[in-house]
Design a protein around this ligand. Structure first.
Ligand code: HEC
Ligand code: HEC
Ligand code: HEC
Ligand code: HEC
Ligand code: HEC
Length: 166
């Protein structure tokens, strides 16, 4: 009896610890970026779909950042005389990738397969709220274990520890 009680207590204690830890950690402020890219201009004003740029999100575990080539599809001719777009063109002519800084970072022991959730129809903005109004990327939602579990429970998806942890 005592043993059974003990076994159940482990995951519960872990969960409580995690919630405690994530409650204390602050969300990232705006991360400095090499170019003043605006999500709002591209997504809200010009109606580009998130997946036009982040095209691997329904095909892969990882979400990609678009290449300079993708930017140049439009910026060979659009807003070419603005200082920020000139920077884009400079990376292109020098054949260098734009050194964007990472904004979101989930610890390595967590397995998060984008394609599973995107193909299940969960909108990007459910997990990345405010991105349609942002300049460069912001993270407004804490990706603690609690937010994963809440939705998985609600949608009757797996809450097996080893599905999300390596
Ligand atoms: C499908 C076309 C398209 C693609 C692809 C695109 N843009 Fe744009 N971008 C636009 C349009 C349209 C504007 C608004 C221009 C205006 O207001 O005159 C814009 C505006 C901008 C501006 C602001 C220019 C200013 O006024 O200062 C920057 C910076 C920019 N884009 C960077 C990028 C980068 C970096 C990429 C690649 C990650 C990219 N864009 C991809 C169409 C595009
Ligand atoms: C169910 C929640 C959820 C949904 C839906 C979701 N994301 Fe994410 N996204 C995350 C998490 C969690 C991470 C961090 C993953 C990691 O670090 O392994 C992330 C990371 C990213 C990153 C950064 C990738 C990197 O490696 O730097 C981009 C870009 C991104 N998501 C775009 C999107 C787009 C576009 C969509 C919609 C097509 C989308 N996401 C849908 C939760 C989600
Ligand atoms: C025109 C191309 C373009 C479109 C459309 C676009 N993004 Fe991005 N996204 C970028 C670029 C470039 C970056 C890297 C610079 C930055 O952090 O803002 C980025 C960064 C991100 C990141 C952070 C990645 C990291 O480093 O952790 C997330 C999350 C993200 N985008 C989500 C979205 C979502 C959600 C949408 C739709 C609402 C969207 N993006 C639409 C180009 C785009
Ligand atoms: C808003 C709802 C929602 C959130 C938030 C969410 N998920 Fe999911 N997740 C789903 C759905 C729906 C599926 C099932 C997709 C399917 O059936 O193929 C899924 C599937 C998965 C799978 C695949 C499970 C399997 O059986 O192969 C993993 C792993 C996963 N999610 C990890 C995470 C992690 C890690 C987080 C938090 C960072 C998270 N999810 C947040 C809705 C969500
Ligand atoms: C749906 C996905 C998901 C499932 C299922 C899940 N976890 Fe997590 N877990 C996460 C995420 C996301 C984090 C947050 C990592 C962070 O930001 O610290 C986390 C963090 C943790 C941590 C804290 C580690 C640290 O970095 O401090 C522990 C311990 C943990 N989980 C144990 C468990 C146990 C035990 C189970 C099974 C009862 C479980 N997890 C099931 C997604 C999941």
């Amino acid at each position: 009896m005592a043993r059974r009680h003990f076994n159940a207590a482990i995951p519960l204690a872990c969960l409580a610890l995690t919630l405690f830890l994530s409650a204390g950690s602050a969300l990232a402020e705006t991360v400095p970026q090499p170019i003043a890219f605006s999500h709002k201009i591209h997504v809200t004003d010009y109606k580009l779909n998130c997946r036009f740029c982040h095209s691997s999100t329904n095909k892969s575990q990882y979400a990609n950042i678009p290449s300079v080539e993708k930017c140049m599809m439009c910026h060979r001719s659009i807003a070419t005389d603005t200082p920020e777009v000139k920077k884009v063109a400079k990376y292109w002519s020098e054949k260098k990738p734009i050194p964007w800084n990472k904004v979101i970072d989930v610890p390595n022991h967590v397995y998060f397969p984008h394609k599973k959730m995107v193909n299940a129809g969960i909108p990007c903005l459910t997990c990345h709220p405010g991105m349609d109004q942002a300049g460069t990327a912001v993270q407004k939602l804490e990706f603690g274990m609690g937010m994963c579990m809440e939705c998985h429970r609600k949608k009757k998806v797996t809450i097996d520890c080893w599905k999300c942890h390596y």
